[in-house]
Write a protein that binds this ligand. Structure first.
Ligand code: CP
Ligand code: NVA
Length: 307
């Protein structure tokens, strides 16, 4: 059975550390490691738009010596109703790994169930584990460690970033605080899983209603769009309840000295984050975006090594 990365806790704490170490090595020399030489092929399928994920996977797979196949899934037979299971079986005969950005988590689970090659979640409605590996790499290069640091996420607590930060951060032994408006709290099952993981790693999980209390003493402050892909017409008020959670200069003053700010991007300047913060000295978002490349190269190499 191949290993997959469908959600952040698919990696044990030791495995996560191993992947992050490999990501650092990939960053130190982009062309030193070519484990996909042969070449191995990787299908990268998109049901939703992307800039960073698409380009970083395409460039990364090529740098590893492999062949990237970037596919707009809606233009494939998947978009016309071919089943996910049949697609998985067919793709497994051509490629060495499948990367997919899609909607509900059940879709990527179905892909993994039918696939005989590793499947990587490139964002679902519930999780964005590739992003969080890059986030952890970024935090670790700034602070030299992850365990024991406090990470505060402000925004939609029920979205992919909040869930992945909960699981990925707890796996790394971080103290993860989620500050979300009423009605936008994280999934209870994910919170439970993150707490379980945190109890193994010495990390912690807290849901904090007040944004100032949530940011108090935080080492890492993270935000994300208030309107994720696919939520544009969900009829919920995704403005007024979120406004007090905006990451701006005044809120950031509550964070620890030397705190950094992360945002997976794309940012909605003036909504969840101000120009002052995004372009200011605490912002680590451009390194974070770059680290998508290194973290994903590491993840793919690691998964293929397990196969
Ligand atoms: N952060 C992120 O996943 O960006 P894209 O949607 O551009 O891939
Ligand atoms: N939560 C955002 C992340 C984008 C990278 C979304 O799903 O649209």
């Amino acid at each position: 059975m191949p290993r997959h990365l469908l959600r952040d806790d698919d990696l044990t704490p030791d495995e996560q550390r191993e992947v992050l170490d490999l990501a650092d090595a990939m960053k130190a020399d982009r062309f030193a490691q070519r484990p996909l030489e042969g070449p191995k092929a990787v299908a990268v399928l998109f049901d939703k738009p992307s800039t960073r994920t698409r380009i970083s996977f395409e460039v990364g797979i090529a740098q590893l010596g492999g062949t990237p196949l970037i596919v707009d899934a809606q233009a494939s037979q998947l978009g016309r109703g071919e089943t996910i299971g049949d697609t998985a079986r067919v793709l497994s005969r051509y490629v060495d790994a499948i990367v997919w950005r899609t909607g509900d988590q059940s879709r990527i689970e179905e892909m993994a169930a039918g696939s005989s090659v590793p499947v990587v979640n490139a964002l679902t409605d519930q999780f964005h584990p590739c992003q969080v590996l890059a986030d952890l790499q970024t935090v670790r290069e700034r602070f030299g460690r992850l365990a024991g640091l406090t990470l505060t996420y402000l925004g939609d607590g029920a979205n992919n970033m909040a869930h992945s930060l909960l699981l990925g951060g707890a796996t790394a032994g971080m103290h993860v605080r989620i500050c979300a408006p009423e009605g936008f709290q994280p999934d209870g099952g994910v919170v439970r899983d993150a707490k379980d993981r945190a109890s193994d790693t010495g990390g912690g999980v807290e849901l904090v209603a007040d944004p100032h209390a949530a940011v108090d003493g935080a080492d890492v402050v993270v935000t994300d769009t208030w309107v994720s892909m696919g939520q544009e017409h969900d009829g919920l008020d995704r403005a007024a309840p979120f406004r007090p959670l905006q990451v701006n200069g005044a809120l950031l003053e509550r964070a620890a000295d030397g705190a950094i700010v992360l945002h997976c991007l794309p940012a909605h300047r003036g909504d969840e984050i101000t120009d002052e913060v995004l372009d200011g000295p605490a912002s680590a978002v451009w390194d974070e975006a770059e680290n998508r490349l290194h973290a994903q190269k590491a993840m793919l190499s690691w998964l293929l090594r397990q196969a």
